[in-house]
Design a protein around this ligand. Structure first.
Ligand SMILES: Nc1ncnc2c1ncn2[C@@H]1O[C@H](COP(=O)(O)OP(=O)(O)OP(=O)(O)O)[C@@H](O)[C@H]1O
Ligand SMILES: [Mg+2]
Length: 287
């Protein structure tokens, strides 16, 4: 059995070399299964570290979520430990039912954990009531889902304006549409737009309130290959130009190359967090 001292040394080393997570993971793979479970918690914490100079804005500590469906208790998340930094681009991967949407919804204040802490800057989301969560979502979070949820009787511009009217520090709606490349389509109704264009309007609507966080649950799930790439390019641009923390859930592992960090879930647990040395441009992705 490896000593705890060695593990502590490993954690300290990783803290000063956060880009070397992969090497540590290779080391973990060489450990016997018994050792791995014995030391698992400590290493998981070490792998969770954001880049050295980054400002941690999200802290998720020991978060578990159990849904009660009739007599059956479904454990959706187990002891999640995760820090996210301002301006990060993270991709969340995992099989169906592994807890991805549950985690994203908790980060976005749409759901609350059964136990554990969730903090965004000075907002303690795990302790907040409905009114507090609503305020948090309104001031800080933009959501993008697989289906666009646009209002059919409003034009693209009006769909975006609906949000900017109630936001604290909104962007000009026309500017948001420019960011997603849809200036020419501003007066079109959703039924007059392609799926990819509708998704870009949904992204414009989400970013128009200038959120700190953009949470996307399978944003390209309903799109074909070239359209998905356009939408991914828009997400990367929002992340770069506005410095928005972007988290994207996807089943498409190719998209992971665009991220700063990739979080893998399985059965409600984080099984791996890896860091890309370089973020790929959406044009480079192939699937
Ligand atoms: N409201 C709910 N009531 C009961 N169980 C739920 C509820 N929401 C989610 N679950 C269960 O929690 C688990 C995690 O669900 P979640 O939606 O987070 O998975 P996911 O990783 O997003 O899956 P997918 O890739 O299919 O979207 C699943 O077993 C699911 O059935
Ligand atoms: Mg889901």
């Amino acid at each position: 059995m490896r000593s705890k001292k060695l593990l502590r040394y490993g954690e300290r080393w990783l803290q000063s070399h956060p880009e070397r997570e992969l090497i540590v993971k290779k080391y973990l793979r060489t450990m016997e299964p018994g050792d791995r479970s014995h030391h698992g918690d400590g290493m998981a914490t070490a792998l969770n570290n954001v880049a050295g100079s980054a400002e941690v804005v999200f802290h998720v500590g020991a978060v578990s979520k159990t849904y009660q469906a009739g007599d059956v208790a479904v454990v959706a998340l187990r002891s999640i430990e995760l820090d996210l930094a301002a301006g990060e681009f993270v991709v969340i991967l995992g099989p169906s039912g592994s807890g991805k949407s549950t985690l994203l919804n908790i980060l976005g204040g749409l759901d609350t954990p059964t136990s554990g802490d969730v903090r965004f800057r000075d907002h303690w989301l795990s302790q907040a009531g409905d009114a507090g969560l609503t305020r948090f979502r309104r001031e800080h979070v933009g959501f993008v889902f697989q289906f666009y949820n646009l209002i059919p009787s409003l034009t693209a511009l009006e769909n975006v304006s609906l949000v900017t009217e109630i936001a604290e520090h909104p962007m000009d709606p026309g500017e948001a549409l420019r960011l997603v490349g849809l200036t020419e389509r501003r007066n079109h109704f959703p039924s007059q737009l392609s799926g990819g264009e509708q998704q870009r309007v949904a992204i414009a609507r989400a970013v128009a309130k200038n959120p700190d966080i953009l949470l996307c649950d399978e944003p390209t799930g309903a799109l074909d290959y070239p359209t998905a790439k356009l939408v991914l390019d828009v997400l990367a641009r929002v992340n770069e130009e506005l410095h928005t923390l972007v988290a994207v859930i996807t089943h498409n592992t190719a998209i992971a190359a665009m991220a700063d960090r990739v979080i893998r879930l399985r059965s409600g647990e984080i099984v791996e967090i890896s860091r890309n040395a370089r973020k790929a441009h959406s044009e480079e992705l192939v699937w």
